[in-house]
Design a protein around this ligand. Structure first.
Ligand SMILES: Nc1ncnc2c1ncn2[C@@H]1O[C@H](COP(=O)(O)OP(=O)(O)OP(=O)(O)O)[C@@H](O)[C@H]1O
Length: 298
């Protein structure tokens, strides 16, 4: 029998941000200090209020509706600045939209409760460079799970296997200065940190950014297995997915300028990508054929 998963729905999400403030945030650049302290305090209070008032607002998300289902991957696709990260932040409860709602299994969500059943992997890996892979996951396990040491160890071991990191379990993470595991492996560790508590929902901001196409495909394959075998609801954003990656998505949300262009199966995108790659193959074949003909003429 399939275990119960989490269906998440975003309804009519509108999210605006302030783009201009009436005053410079650093008072030091505005006025010379006054000697009268009481007058200064009163003025600072008034300025505090006025700084919160916006003179310009930017509509980041415009009436966004979408749905993510358990056992499936929903990919949010669109150009830079389209609002992909903002949608994920709304889903994860990191920002509160001015209107609209998020429902989990058809019910309004309580942010604290949702945190317990979800994991949020940010675009940038924030890991301790000097810890090993195993130590990193153990640290996260101790923070998130209330289990005995033995159980923690076995959870970490099985997760390392699931993430395909057994060969680097004892290697340190590293960073720009300290050589450590590869970028793709680091991304797997970041995912591991967020799934140690076995969340029903996993939200990932650009999990393939900065990776080569093979590592990117491996990451999406691993997420697909997580959705298929554990019934997780996976929501991720992705910049320019290739044809082989798109095939692994169950549904896509295509965003442009904060508005939804398409929400549904990934077929539409995969057909376009297949046509694109076929036409670029044709162009390459034609170009090399005409180059060969030119060589022969010469
Ligand atoms: N807190 C904020 N302050 C200023 N601008 C913001 C903020 N949040 C969102 N924006 C703006 O809203 C737009 C959408 O941002 P968002 O990060 O969601 O886009 P994105 O599609 O994830 O882009 P990218 O692929 O480049 O990460 C951008 O123009 C961004 O500058």
């Amino acid at each position: 029998m399939k275990k119960q998963g989490c269906e998440i729905e975003a309804i009519g999400i509108n999210y605006k941000i302030c783009t201009q403030k009436t005053e410079h945030p650093f008072k030091i650049f505005c006025k010379a200090p006054k000697l009268n302290i009481e007058e200064n305090i009163q003025e600072a209070d008034e300025e505090g209020k006025s700084q919160q008032t916006c003179t310009g607002a930017r509509h980041v998300l415009k009436n966004v509706n979408c749905q993510a289902k358990p056992w499936e991957i929903l990919a949010i696709v669109g150009p830079s600045g389209a609002g992909k990260s903002s949608v994920l932040e709304v889903f994860a409860g990191k920002v509160t939209p001015q209107s609209g709602s998020i429902l989990v299994n058809q019910k309004p969500v309580d942010k604290a409760q949702f945190k317990k059943i979800s994991g949020y992997v940010t675009q940038k890996d924030t890991l301790f460079p000097l810890l090993t892979v195993e130590e990193t996951l153990m640290f996260s396990a101790k923070l998130r799970l209330n289990l005995a040491q033995e159980q923690l160890c076995s959870r970490v071991k099985s997760l390392i296997q699931e993430l395909g990191l057994s060969h680097v379990a004892g290697t340190r993470i590293g960073d720009d200065r300290v050589r450590g595991i590869s970028g793709g492996e680091r991304r797997r560790v970041s995912i591991g940190v967020e799934v140690i508590h076995d969340p029903k929902v996993l939200i990932l901001d650009e999990p393939t950014s900065g990776l080569d196409s093979t590592s990117a495909l491996q990451i999406i394959n691993m997420l697909k297995v997580m959705a298929d075998s554990q019934g997780r609801t996976i929501i991720l954003s992705i910049h320019q997915p290739g044809f082989r990656i798109v095939k692994l998505f169950n549904s896509i949300l295509l965003l442009a300028n904060g508005s939804v262009l398409h929400h549904g199966t990934a077929d539409l995108l995969s057909v376009n990508l297949r046509n694109d790659s076929a036409s670029s193959r044709n162009t390459t074949t034609k170009t090399s054929a005409s180059n060969n003909a030119a060589k022969e003429r010469r």
